[in-house]
Design a protein around this ligand. Structure first.
Ligand code: ADP
Ligand code: MG
Ligand code: MG
Length: 252
């Protein structure tokens, strides 16, 4: 589904990603971990197409298309969803209107007819049940005055409605209490199918107690320096990152 080859990216002339290689197949959950500043959010942003990052080398293909040529909007319409890193406050636009527009844009791109109000409502009900969201939350303005947990719920609900092929969850390293973690994890686990894939970016192992990844990768200085199964995340929790740095510098 996603193939990243020798990806290099820079911001304002400073190189941040220094040759990322990653293959993700449908049905898989990949966790990306690594110390602060290693380039995790940069990778997520580059995949989503945020324009302040400049790709200087390498390729990214998604469903056999070169997505580096696509705008962020077209990547979203192709089925890439980036969640969480930039919580938005848009007072006055209700979640429902926002979502109906977004969902119908995606449908139009996929050659499907737009959903009328009735059909949209029934899709909402189905998805709300799936991610266990309270209907009251949706009538409030998008993210206005939401608690951390409510924001996560809303993002997971958006994800459920948009049915992305590839979801990228970039956790901010702060403010995720245990309830928010569970909301995120339940949503991801409920939405997992054999046809979609998820990249979970996290600084902490604890999210992976709830979302069990198929693969764990360690990003360090803009490169994936180690890959493994969920056991690697436990090892990192126990031992930190220093042993990986030592391995890389050839120390024993
Ligand atoms: P992580 O998510 O792993 O903590 P980031 O991708 O946020 O790492 O950052 C990687 C590096 O890129 C850091 O050294 C950071 O300071 C730098 N960086 C990220 N965003 C910017 C920016 N907008 N301007 C300048 N430097 C940036
Ligand atoms: Mg960081
Ligand atoms: Mg980050």
């Amino acid at each position: 589904m996603l193939s990243i080859k020798n990806l290099h990216a820079a911001i304002e002339g400073s190189p941040i990603l220094n040759g990322i290689n990653l293959e993700i197949k449908a049905g898989e959950v990949h966790a990306i971990m690594g110390p602060n500043g290693s380039g995790k959010s940069t990778l997520a942003s580059v995949l989503a197409g945020r324009e302040e990052y400049e790709v200087t080398e390498g390729s990214v293909t998604f469903k056999n298309k070169n997505i580096l040529e696509l705008s962020p909007e077209d990547r979203a319409r192709e089925g890439i969803f980036l969640a969480f890193q930039y919580p938005v406050e848009i007072p006055g636009v209700s979640s429902t209107n926002f979502l109906r527009t977004a969902v119908n844009q995606v449908r139009e791109y996929r050659g499907q007819s737009p959903l009328d109000a009735v059909k949209f409502l029934s899709l909402m009900k189905e998805k709300m049940k799936l991610v266990e969201i309270d209907q009251k939350l949706l009538s409030r303005a998008l993210n206005e005055g939401f608690s951390g947990g409510e924001k996560k719920k809303n993002e997971i609900f958006q994800m459920a409605m948009l049915e992305p092929t590839l979801s990228i969850l970039d956790e901010t390293d702060s403010g995720l209490d245990i309830d928010a973690l569970k909301v995120v994890a339940n949503g991801v686990n409920q939405l997992k199918t054999k046809d979609n894939a998820t990249i979970v970016v996290t600084h902490y192992q604890r999210l992976l107690d709830y979302i069990v990844p198929d693969f764990v990768h360690v990003l360090y200085k803009g490169k994936i320096v180690k890959s493994g199964t969920k056991d690697l995340a436990l090892e990192l929790e126990a031992k930190g990152y220093d042993w990986i740095k030592d391995e890389l510098s050839g120390a024993t």
